[in-house]
Write a protein that binds this ligand. Sequence first.
Ligand code: BMA
Length: 383
Amino acid sequence: MNYIKANWFPIIIFIGALGILGCNYKSLKIADQMAGQAAKSLHKRMVRLADKGVMVGHQDALAYGIGWWNQKNSADMFRVSGEFPAIYGWDLGDIHLQRNLDSVAFDDMRQWMLGVHENGGINTISFHVDNPIDGNSSWDTSKIAGRLLPGGLHHKKLNHQLDLVAEFLKSLKDKSGQPVPVIFRPWHEHNGDWFWWGKGNATEEEYIALFRHTVDYFKKQHHIHHILYAFSPDRSRMKNPSSEEEYLYGYPGDDVVDLLGIDNYKDVRAYHNDSLDQKGISDMVKNLEMLSALAQKKGKLCAMTETGTETINDAFWFTKRILEPIRNSNQIEGLSYVLFWRNARTNHHYLSYPGHPSAKDFKEFITDPTILTLKDIGTNFSH
Ligand code: BMA
């Protein structure tokens, strides 16, 4: 007995360890079974980076900021800190026009995205889809989903929007003609009631069908296989921050999702009231702990796909409300990135800019070893 124990023990440990490693490795599989090399390497890279730290992201980072518009290799993050984001958010709303809903020209966007990729950064795309039937904005709350789905009277109109997005995605090619992979985050914040695909405007079944049709259409109709897909409900419509069930409202399925996201503006508000601020911190942590555990269970990546507090009315917001709570939790594992929303104007911005009271704190935030910038994952844009 002793003999057997002595000899088999290290072997059993070895096999056990292999099993665990193998299991983790296997469970983090890309959703698209026909994913090409570009998507596979982005996925693999993100899995590796999620172990290393939390990447910092900014919406429209290279396109504009406070007091400037469309300048070569610029970003408010760079102006404040000399560094660039690792993650770059873009939006394809108004894809039928020359410029998106926030006036960013799609031709410029494409060039910026290619530059990001070349420098080792990562692009993510959201899509504020207009009402495809009458052209009203995403915030039109008419109940139209049923008419847009397969079999619906206006299905072609939905497909037309998807065709335009598909053409844009297909146009993302590097210098050697290889597809540039992106994280696509369609139909976001669907548990809220403000978009036409949101709760109360579309049913849960319709929502799931919209998401699944989008992925299916890209794959089958357009042969697109260079995409990671993200799912991103809004935290403000979850009563319990730890509830998997609430989080999974409208979940379209493991076979069409690579990244579990959360858009969280609710918990990060600076109230300047101790108990409200503490509650926010604790709820954000609970929510991210749930997300991280769920992602591990499902073998998915996870991220805070949108966050920020408009105008940053707390000079220590970045370290106090984002960095420290995340760093201090030993249950938030593998959080891939945190993306701050856009710097549109002085009364609508979510990242610091030169002269803003939060600028010093933001520099401290990105200097922390937990936070990964472009320099940490690729190379800075040259100047
Ligand atoms: C919202 C605001 C709007 C913008 C939209 C899409 O949160 O920033 O001004 O048009 O996102 O980017």
